[in-house]
Design a protein around this ligand. Structure first.
Ligand SMILES: Cc1ncc(C[n+]2csc(CCOP(=O)(O)OP(=O)(O)O)c2C)c(N)n1
Ligand SMILES: [Mg+2]
Length: 274
């Protein structure tokens, strides 16, 4: 797939994807709005600048793999996959409808670029590790990427898997962690503070970099850094703003799991220049 490192181009893709994302959620009438908007800059860079993948050949054995461990944020994944050409954009309007492959949490469908069913928080780290082990065992060079969140980091299972990746020096593993300080019931630091995350992952033998998850220079740079890490897995901890791009939703826990209503959609589209 054609990749770009042009920041203006990437920003424009992300702007359009935020619009698509809000429209699909509004049509569905339910779903998660805040997380996907906050992750969109990182997801755009991953899908259109970083990962080796081919929507025309989704089963390509050498493709990089992507696991969305915080599966509830799948609207962000679905718009990236549609934009990349895995399936027609008209399918986005069927989000969460009976029979649609685009459910409220990802369902395994490699033809459409969905590498694993996820949504039960904490499992994605183990899955991505397994894929990385498989690459090692079959002498393949692809990278196993996984996306995580602060709320998800309260799951013990994530840490057990992180320990394994560090111990086994899985340097074909790159994690991204969305730190927006918001989870389903409110602010993470008030409910059960997962900080400091950098020191935790370092103690589990990961190389760690902290970035602003909306700064494209920092995002691009972090992925270059992560790919160059040897002998260790790499974790990019990205500070983000839940609902980024739409003031109405920004940093408001309520929008963790609420779709925009008619008025909210109109206001959001105006702000995004739709
Ligand atoms: C094992 C498990 N327990 C509970 C849930 C319910 N749940 C869905 S999202 C979520 C909050 C996760 O926090 P985070 O990903 O940081 O939320 P966001 O930043 O997207 O608002 C919870 C508890 C789940 N999906 N899986
Ligand atoms: Mg969060």
């Amino acid at each position: 797939m054609e990749k770009t490192k042009n920041i203006d181009e990437l920003k424009e893709i992300a702007r359009k994807l935020r619009i698509e994302c809000l429209k699909m959620l509004h049509t569905a009438g339910c779903g998660h709005t805040g997380g996907p908007l906050g992750m969109m800059d990182l997801m755009t860079v991953l899908y259109f600048s970083v990962m080796n993948h081919d929507p025309q050949n989704p089963h390509w054995p050498d493709r990089d793999r992507f696991i969305l461990a915080n599966g509830h944020t799948c609207p962000a994944l679905y718009v990236c996959l549609a934009e990349a050409g895995y399936f027609p954009k008209t399918e986005l309007a069927k989000l969460r409808k009976l029979g649609s492959p685009l459910q409220g949490h990802p369902k395994l469908n490699v033809d459409w670029g969905i590498e694993m069913s996820t949504g039960s928080l904490g499992q994605g780290m183990s899955i991505a590790n397994g894929i990385a082990f498989a690459a090692r065992l079959t002498n393949k060079n692809f990278t196993s990427y996984s996306f995580h969140s602060d709320g998800e980091s309260q799951e013990g299972m994530l840490w057990e898997a992180a320990l394994s990746a560090g111990h086994h020096r899985l340097d074909n593993r790159i994690g991204i962690l969305d730190y927006n300080n918001i989870q389903i019931d409110g602010f993470n630091d008030q409910i059960k503070n997962v900080m400091p995350l950098k020191e935790k992952f370092e103690a589990f033998r990961w190389a760690v970099r902290e970035i602003d998850g909306h700064n494209y220079e920092e995002i691009l740079d972090a992925f270059d850094w992560a790919k160059a890490v040897t002998d260790q897995p790499a974790m990019i901890i990205a500070r983000t703003i839940l609902g980024k791009g739409v003031s109405l939703f920004e940093n408001k826990p309520k929008y963790h799991g609420v779709a925009p209503n008619d008025e909210e959609l109109q206001e959001a589209l105006k702000e995004l220049g739709a």
